[in-house]
Design a protein around this ligand. Structure first.
Ligand SMILES: *Cc1c(COP(=O)(O)O)cnc(C)c1O
Length: 381
């Protein structure tokens, strides 16, 4: 199998199997409730957050794990809006992942009172950042096309007009070098089941810049973000620093999987990963364009304008992808016409890319996709 879908769900690292067995048997099984103290479960969201933080250039003590990305988008948005009172516009773009837009839209409806989600084309974000904007909510790498925003330039523009910047790093963390501190992000969020290989249901992360940490109010004020959860006070007092972004009981099993999956990143230079991923992407683009002219490239060619995935468009994209999967090349499809291929140099090599191109060329050349079973849509595409 050639797995080109690590941008959607990373594969199972061997270290995770062993760790899961140990946590289930030795911690949950043997320690039972004592695991909270004896196995350090309560510290996991911060401890693992610290490891993820290193991959995104976060200052120490600025990242905590928990919940899902959609939830963390909500928390980040509320915090940012409250830190910028007097403005009511959330600015995002049509290339953003729908869940981010749905969450933002839902929040503006809850708040009422003139709050608004303004959505422009990706190319227009820079010009749309003006004095009415409270916060920009931008996903660095477009999940469909792989197009990459200029994080530094957009953040600078936001700050210049008095807006805050939230970055969604779902397709960045573990895919390319990110430096939230140097680039001045106010808040950042992301998931771990894509390039970080935490497995289905892996917890999300949230970053809050140190300058905001004692000011940001976590809208989801759960007991785990309380200053003293086990005092069981009737009143909520936010915890110190990034701890306040915790909500409920940590996802211990999923955090253990993520913690083990993060071991492979120790000693890895993200610039090396980036160089390889661009080489693999270039190789794939050149091969597909030479041999499958019916497929139209949807990803920018310029290195600085793309992430770690390459997308092509074809009206029969769904059927083509199903035929590819049937022949052992796993990518995925995003409606209406996009075939997505993720390049993850930790386990994909040039040889895999060349073989994938061969198989794709045969499927297109011989119209092997043109069969009813490849056109029936499954629930998850
Ligand atoms: C994958 C992805 C999500 C998914 O959110 P979940 O809550 O983890 O399901 C959200 N936003 C972006 C930008 C994504 O790429």
């Amino acid at each position: 199998m050639i797995y080109l879908d690590g941008n959607s769900l990373g594969p199972l690292p061997s270290a995770v199997k062993k760790r899961m067995a140990r946590v289930v048997c030795d911690e949950w099984g043997a320690m039972l409730i004592r695991g909270w103290n004896q196995a350090g479960w309560m510290e996991q969201p911060r401890r693992v957050g610290e490891r993820v933080g290193r991959l995104i250039g976060a200052e120490p003590g600025s990242v905590v794990m928990g919940d899902t990305l959609s939830i963390k988008v909500y928390q980040a948005l509320v915090s940012a809006l409250e830190m910028n009172p007097g403005r009511r516009v959330i600015l995002s773009d049509t290339g953003n992942f729908p869940s981010d837009l749905y969450i933002a839209d839902g929040l503006t409806r809850t708040l009422g009172d003139g709050y608004e989600l303004r959505t422009v084309d990706p190319e227009q974000v820079m010009d749309a950042i003006d004095e009415t904007v409270a916060v920009i909510l931008i996903t660095e790498v477009d999940y469909r096309t792989g197009r990459r925003h200029d994080m530094k330039a957009l953040t600078q523009k936001a700050h210049a007009v008095g807006a805050l910047a939230i970055w969604d790093l779902a397709h960045s963390a573990g895919a390319l070098p990110v430096d939230v501190a140097a680039e001045g992000a106010d808040l950042a969020v992301g998931c771990t089941y894509k390039y970080l290989n935490a497995g289905p249901g892996g917890p999300a992360f949230i970053y809050v810049a140190p300058r905001h940490q004692e000011r940001a109010r976590p809208a989801l004020s759960g007991w785990m973000g309380h200053e003293a959860p086990f005092a069981f006070d009737l009143d909520y007092r936010p915890g110190h620093g990034i701890e306040r972004m915790r909500v409920g009981t940590p996802l211990i099993l999923q955090l253990a999987a993520l913690d083990a999956a993060l071991d492979v990143w120790e000693g890895v230079d993200m610039w090396d990963v980036r160089t390889s991923s661009l080489e693999l992407g270039d190789l794939f683009i050149a091969g597909v364009e030479a041999r499958c002219p019916e497929l139209k490239l949807a990803t920018p060619r310029a290195h600085e304008e793309r992430g770690s995935q390459v997308s092509f468009e074809h009206p029969e994209g769904y059927a083509i992808m199903q035929a590819l999967i049937a022949e052992g090349v796993i990518g995925d499809f995003r409606a209406p016409v996009t075939l997505r291929f993720g390049f993850t140099p930790l386990y994909i090599r040039a040889d895999d890319v060349n073989r994938a191109v061969d198989i794709l060329a045969r499927i297109i050349g011989e119209r092997r996709w043109d069969r009813p079973e490849f056109k029936r849509r499954a629930r998850v595409t």
